[in-house]
Design a protein around this ligand. Structure first.
Ligand code: RUQ
Ligand code: CUA
Length: 764
């Protein structure tokens, strides 16, 4: 009776990973459902283009700015299922970001400003690393508009590895954009300010306030930005906006537009009309054309000055050496987007109904011929608009950003005021289709739509307002990303996805098969340095170092216990807990949280992470695993005992809650022998097939073998106690032996199911 219950519990446990989906079909027909839910045929067609059955994957993966959340949002296309938020500029407890020592170091690189800790970021433009102008899926970069800085995310594990603060900007917007081989990442200023960190009165705006564009050098092999090899170009105080790198024929150049070339300074309380009036008064602003290859030469030749330790090419040098020219562009432009062939540059203006298409060939010809219409007040040569423009196309009210299709000459432009996406031909200069979106679209994203090889198929409208699209959740509404089928001549709206985490500005989407992330780390990895963690340990070598005032724990986690289970320290000690997750199986993450100490680690398979804190108050603090990792997840627990400074043990002996007899011991052993038979049959199956050809199964088998080894050690301990006729401890160790068996069987059965479902073959 007892035994069968234990077997039942074993089977209940192991069925965790083995459930095969197979719900019965309801009796309703498609017509019934359409009628009941009020769906049209068009709705059902749209649903069938985005619905992704369980177990099926998406074709594209989108990386969206998380706006004010300071994070990156990742979702799949066409399912629009959110897959992850990557913590970047803001602490995020689930990933342990800003809670473990390792990520705190990354976050601190960019968060300490003049003694103030910045825990907010305003992300705008993500960029995927490129090789020859095509997305390569290795790295993602993103900027913070508010505290100018950029971050590097490694797409091997989707973690933020580096944050670099801009040493001269006080505000930025036009980042991040990568050069065709990701040698440089652009970060361009927005609101002009002195490049030094001092106070300068606004009355000296024209003379002392400046914009700039920074070219961050990226070292691909190291996966890090190199500030010492990076430089900036000083720019006039024109409120620079978005930027883009040239490609193909325009490789070596970059383009940055601007929106307040009037250099107007508002001040409502000083009786002046607001910024919005003065900044939109003139008919044109300036497109900045930068020969960055030439600028790089100047930088390498030392023709720079240092501001806050950072190399800056001043405007006079930039103008004299032909690094910088200006071209008028219509009224308050926003997006500047280079066509996939690199021959043209599309600029769209918020207050102009046209998209202006500039010809790079014409720009080059004007520069070569020295054909300038004059200079601006800072001595920078200006090319007349007519000498650079290829055409202007009437798009609608408030065109903003442009993305490109896989079909030649086809572009999509977001139209903010009209709340539309316009599909148009930039070679012929004609509109092909228009579609309404909901509402007030900012950026839009085509698949790989700013690379040299756009993939077509879908466009996503990143709408600024949702208004009435979703169930109301209070005055603050989610954002609305709308998926559009762009594979036919006419665009079709497929799906509305609410995004409730900040206001995403730009997003980029890459073919999913270009991403090859790890499923586990090599044992004991510090994920932020990507090196072996100095505090990593293996099973059996866990230990604690106690020095006056400092306790350091070197522990492990594995289903379903934390080693150590009791940590004793003295009030006032600094405590560092380093934990290594010994698991190799996919998705076997453990968490680690300590009551009342603001500690939460995320320990993915193979990772080592640390928490350092002050145990400043005597007391009893439970700690536990925060990921539901196994049937005995709740038992994955322990105690941090913080003893008062001069605590003396009272010598009290613990009384057990329950005590076990020889009969209990015998029953457990009998059950364990039966369980072993189950395990043997699973092992028999696995070794009878070619499991070694399946890396995922191999990882599971390795984990199962570990657990079986632990089972053996627990069995030996139980037998030792039995020899001494200490039946209580013998029964407890026999129980632990069983627990290891359960885990072995659980992992083994997952491997078996995986092998069966993936066509493993019998071997002789
Ligand atoms: S944007 S406001 Cu890219 Cu249109 Cu940031
Ligand atoms: Cu480990 Cu829950």
């Amino acid at each position: 009776m007892k035994m069968s219950m234990r077997m039942a519990s074993l089977l209940a446990t192991v069925s965790f990973g083995v459930l095969v989906a197979g719900q019965a079909w309801s009796a309703e027909s498609l017509q019934d459902v359409m009628k009941r839910r009020g769906l049209t045929e068009k709705d059902v067609l749209a649903a069938s283009k985005t619905y992704t059955p369980t177990g099926k994957r998406d074709e594209f993966i989108a990386f969206s700015s998380g706006g004010q959340s300071g994070q990156v949002i990742i979702y799949g296309i066409p399912s629009m299922r959110i897959l992850k938020y990557v913590a970047v500029f803001t602490p995020e407890p689930w990933q342990g970001y800003g809670f473990d020592d390792e990520s705190k170091r990354v976050l601190k690189e960019g968060s300490m400003v003049d003694g103030r800790e910045i825990t907010f970021g305003d992300t705008h433009h993500p960029a995927i690393s490129e090789t020859n102008g095509e997305y390569d899926g290795q790295f993602l970069f993103i900027n913070d508009k508010n505290t100018p800085r950029i971050a590097v995310i490694d797409l091997k594990d989707f973690e933020t590895k580096q944050i670099v603060r801009n040493p001269i900007l006080k505000s930025e917007h036009g980042g991040t954009f990568v050069s065709p081989n990701t040698d440089y990442i652009i970060e361009a200023a927005q609101y002009a300010a002195p490049l030094e960190d001092n106070f300068v009165p606004l009355e000296q705006f024209n003379e002392k306030y400046r914009g700039a564009v920074t070219y961050w050098k990226f070292n691909r092999a190291k996966g890090r930005v190199e500030p010492e090899n990076s430089f900036s170009i000083e720019l006039p105080p024109y409120s620079q906006d978005l930027s883009d790198f040239g490609k193909g024929p325009s490789d070596g150049f970059s383009f940055t537009n601007s929106f307040c070339a009037e250099r107007y300074v508002g001040g409502i309380e000083r009786g002046r009309p607001p910024f919005e009036a003065g900044c939109s008064a003139k008919d044109t602003d300036f497109l900045h054309v930068v020969n960055w290859k030439k600028a790089e030469e100047l930088f390498k030749a030392g023709k720079t000055k240092k501001i806050n330790g950072h190399a800056v090419i001043d405007m006079a040098t930039a103008a004299k050496e032909g690094v910088l020219v200006l071209i008028p562009e219509p009224k308050s432009p926003h997006g500047v987007d280079v066509t996939p062939d690199g021959k043209q540059i599309v600029v769209a203006g918020k207050l102009d109904t046209h998209a202006s298409v500039y010809s790079f060939e014409k720009i080059q010809a004007a520069i070569k011929a020295g054909k300038f219409s004059g200079k601006d007040e800072y001595g920078i040569p200006i090319i007349a608009m007519a000498d650079a423009l290829a055409k202007q196309v009437e798009i609608g009210l408030g065109p903003l950003h442009t993305q490109f299709d896989s079909k030649p000459c086809v572009a999509y432009t977001s139209v903010y005021v009209d709340s539309q996406v316009a599909k148009w031909d930039y070679c012929e200069g004609k509109i092909l289709d228009k579609m309404s979106v909901h509402y007030n679209i900012g950026h839009l994203m085509a698949m790989e739509g700013d690379s040299t090889k756009p993939a077509g198929k879908y466009v996503v409208a990143l709408n600024k307002l949702a208004i009435d699209r979703f169930n109301p959740v209070g005055p603050l509404h989610p954002q609305n990303h709308q998926l559009i089928d762009a594979s036919n001549d006419k665009m079709q709206l497929l799906y509305d996805m609410p995004l409730p985490l900040g206001e995403p500005h730009y997003a980029v989407a890459i073919a999913a098969d270009k991403l090859k992330p790890h499923i586990r780390y090599p044992h004991g990895t510090d994920s932020r340095t990507e090196e072996k963690h100095p505090a990593a340990v293996r099973a059996g070598s866990e230990h604690t170092d106690t020095k006056p005032g400092k306790v350091e724990v070197f522990g492990t986690v594995i289903r379903s216990h934390i080693t150590p289970e009791i940590i004793e320290v003295t009030e006032g000690d600094e405590v560092s807990i380093h934990l290594t997750n010994l698991e190799r199986a996919q998705d076997e993450t453990h968490g680690f949280a300590v009551s009342k100490h603001n500690v939460n680690l995320s320990l993915e398979p193979g990772k080592t992470a640390s928490a350092t804190f002050k145990a400043n108050k005597a007391g009893v603090y439970p700690y536990y695993c925060t990921e539901f990792c196994s049937a005995l997840h709740l038992e994955m627990q322990g105690y941090l005992l913080v003893k008062p400074a001069n605590y003396k043990s009272t010598g009290v002996k613990a009384k057990e809650g329950v005590s076990y007899s020889k009969a209990d011991y015998d029953a457990r052993v009998k059950g364990n022998i039966d369980t072993q038979a189950v395990i043997d049959s699973v092992v028999g199956y696995i070794t009878s097939v070619n499991f070694k050809d399946f890396p995922q199964a191999v990882a599971l088998v390795e984990d199962a073998t570990d657990q079986l080894g632990f089972a053996k050690a627990a069995k030996e301990k139980s037998e030792e106690f039995a020899k001494k006729q200490d039946w209580h401890n013998a029964a407890l160790w026999a129980e632990q032996w069983f627990q290891y068996q359960v885990k072995t069987a659980d992992i083994g059965l997952r491997a078996k199911t995986y092998l069966e479902q993936n066509g493993a073959k019998k071997v002789q």
